[in-house]
Design a protein around this ligand. Structure first.
Ligand SMILES: NC(=O)c1ccc[n+]([C@@H]2O[C@H](COP(=O)([O-])OP(=O)(O)OC[C@H]3O[C@@H](n4cnc5c(N)ncnc54)[C@H](OP(=O)(O)O)[C@@H]3O)[C@@H](O)[C@H]2O)c1
Length: 503
């Protein structure tokens, strides 16, 4: 690891970059605009990498390869590099542990602090199998739409939905349009959907004190599915909605009368390498957080821990950990903006998939939502966690073979070659992988692994869903097999709506 011995100012770095870029492009320095996107100079990735390497030598420290995506013009890049130069020399950052430029190590254990005022006024709690009033967060999202639909189907309750919108009407319209998008809107049930304008990242969920207290006094149970899903932002950028938002939900649960919280967590909570290769069961503790790199996953780990602290204080909870969520197994309708769909589309456009040891353990959204709502309605579920994992996952290779069999010309190539192609051959912004490149290529930690590396089978735990499947026995809720019939349903939808096309 190179270590800088000199602090460079942003101006010095800027001058150096301008002159070297001009040299690489064989143009006069006056032609370089420091606020213009570097990409617009037609700097191919080889030249960009040469420039980065030369800059590293000059500065005396390593630069994350994706820095050009995060700081795309010379001015912002110089500013960031100057900060880093200063941090390294002042000892604020230990270069041997250096993390990517926009991510800092966070002591997640120390983040698990639940406001001491959040505790039940009384520990007496009587489970109510027929709630009249339910509070739901995330109802304008993908899983949230299906949860809202299932709650409408499985209960007679009115559902108060936290929505980010300008006013009541706009909130209602947002919920309606979201349900329509997934073919779940039923006009007759509309009166039972009541928007509550607010924001997870604000104290008391951005609801007025009177409104918050009124809800706390009348709501019978809470489903917390809302979160900001962003795989590039660091922990600090996601903490307010995902961690503090969960704290506010728990506050509502404990205020006046005690209500159960059905919390949508994620398999991200066991991303620590400590669990690699190990069997993880629903009610394990998952205390280990070291080595969870993604800011999003970090927030999900901390939020789940807060829910567990609340449980220790006497708040009734259930925890539901979905894996990747795939489309509706009945209609094929899915969230086409989802990471998995974008990667599949991008790989098809590129003509190749990486040959990696992945298991496709996605579960259909209708299974996940039905299971969560059913389980949350069983008294014996209280205090427990559930894994909505696919009970019979299939290798990624099987999916690729299937895609190829329906007529998409596609091959599997070694992972390093695929990465090379992504860096060198992918110039079309129409390919979704183009914008996902920072996510796919950024290297993390001393091991310098990429995020896709994290999902290799060897790095993942073996996720048991036995207790969950047992708890669902007799409910008629079964996870549909990941077979050609399901894949046909999915691809028919994706082709019909133009998301996937034959070249
Ligand atoms: N999708 C998956 O594959 C997956 C896998 C495992 C776990 N999960 C978990 O499942 C839950 C739902 O995910 P999803 O797929 O439905 O995500 P999504 O489609 O991105 O929906 C997120 C929801 O959260 C809301 N939200 C975000 N920030 C908010 C804020 N500051 N205030 C109020 N609402 C806010 C969004 O509202 P707007 O409409 O206003 O943005 C939206 O309703 C999340 O907790 C996620 O961590 C998802």
């Amino acid at each position: 690891m190179m270590v800088s011995k000199q602090i460079f100012t942003a101006t010095e770095i800027q001058e150096w970059l301008v002159s070297n870029l001009a040299e690489a492009l064989k143009v006069d320095t006056a032609e370089i605009d420091t606020q213009q996107a570097l990409e617009s100079y037609g700097l191919d990735s080889t030249k960009a990498m040469v420039l980065v390497t030369k800059t590293e030598k000059m500065l005396g420290f390593q630069i994350a390869p994706t820095i050009l995506w995060h700081y795309p013009d010379i001015e912002s890049l110089s500013q960031r590099l100057a900060e880093e130069s200063e941090e390294l020399n002042s000892g604020a950052v230990n270069p041997t542990n250096s993390t990517p430029v926009n991510h800092v190590n966070v002591d997640l254990g120390a983040e698990v602090v639940l406001d001491p005022f959040i505790r039940p006024v009384s520990t007496s709690f009587k489970f109510n199998p027929r709630p009249d009033n339910i509070f739901l967060t995330g109802g304008t999202g993908y899983l949230g739409a299906f949860l809202l639909h299932e709650i409408l189907q499985q209960t007679n309750a009115d559902i108060y939905c936290l929505v980010r919108a300008a006013n009541f009407e706009a909130g209602k319209l947002k919920l309606k349009q979201n349900l329509e998008q997934y073919a779940l809107w039923d006009e007759q049930l509309s009166p039972r959907i009541i928007p509550v304008i607010g924001d997870l990242s604000q104290p008391k969920l951005g609801i007025s004190t009177e409104g918050f207290e009124m809800l706390a006094a009348n709501i019978d149970s809470i489903y917390h599915s809302g979160a900001m899903l962003n795989y590039v932002y660091p922990y600090q950028a996601l903490k307010s909605p995902n961690v503090l938002g969960t704290q506010e939900v728990l506050r509502m649960a404990s205020l006046f009368k005690l209500k159960p919280v059905h919390y949508v967590s994620s398999v991200a909570v066991f991303e620590s390498p400590d669990y690699a290769g190990k069997l993880v069961k629903e009610d394990d503790n998952f205390d280990n957080w070291q080595g969870i790199f993604l800011g999003y996953s970090q927030t999900k780990w901390v939020a789940e821990q807060l829910v567990k602290v609340a449980a220790q204080r006497g708040i009734p909870i259930t925890i539901h950990r979905p894996p990747l969520i795939s489309g509706d197994s009945r209609t094929g309708i899915c969230n086409t903006d989802d990471f998995i769909n974008l990667v599949i589309k991008g790989c098809i456009q590129m003509g190749c998939f990486p040959d990696v040891d992945y298991m496709l353990d996605a579960s259909p959204v209708d299974y996940v939502s039905k299971a969560i709502v059913y389980l949350s309605r069983q008294e014996e579920s209280l205090g427990k966690a559930f894994h909505l994992q696919h009970p019979e996952p299939v290798p990624l290779k099987q999916l690729v073979e299937w895609i190829s069999s329906v007529g998409f010309p596609i091959e599997m190539i070694p992972y390093e070659q695929w990465q090379e192609k992504l860096i060198n051959n992918l110039s079309s912004q129409d390919n979704p992988l183009y914008t996902l490149r920072p996510f796919l290529l950024e290297r993390w930690s001393d091991e310098q692994i990429t995020i896709p590396d994290l999902y290799l089978q060897s790095r993942r735990p073996k996720i048991s869903c036995e207790a969950t499947v047992n708890a669902l026995a007799g409910s008629g809720i079964v996870c549909p097999p990941l077979d050609s019939q399901l894949l046909m349903t999915y691809s028919a939808f994706l082709m019909q709506n133009g998301f996937l096309t034959f070249a």
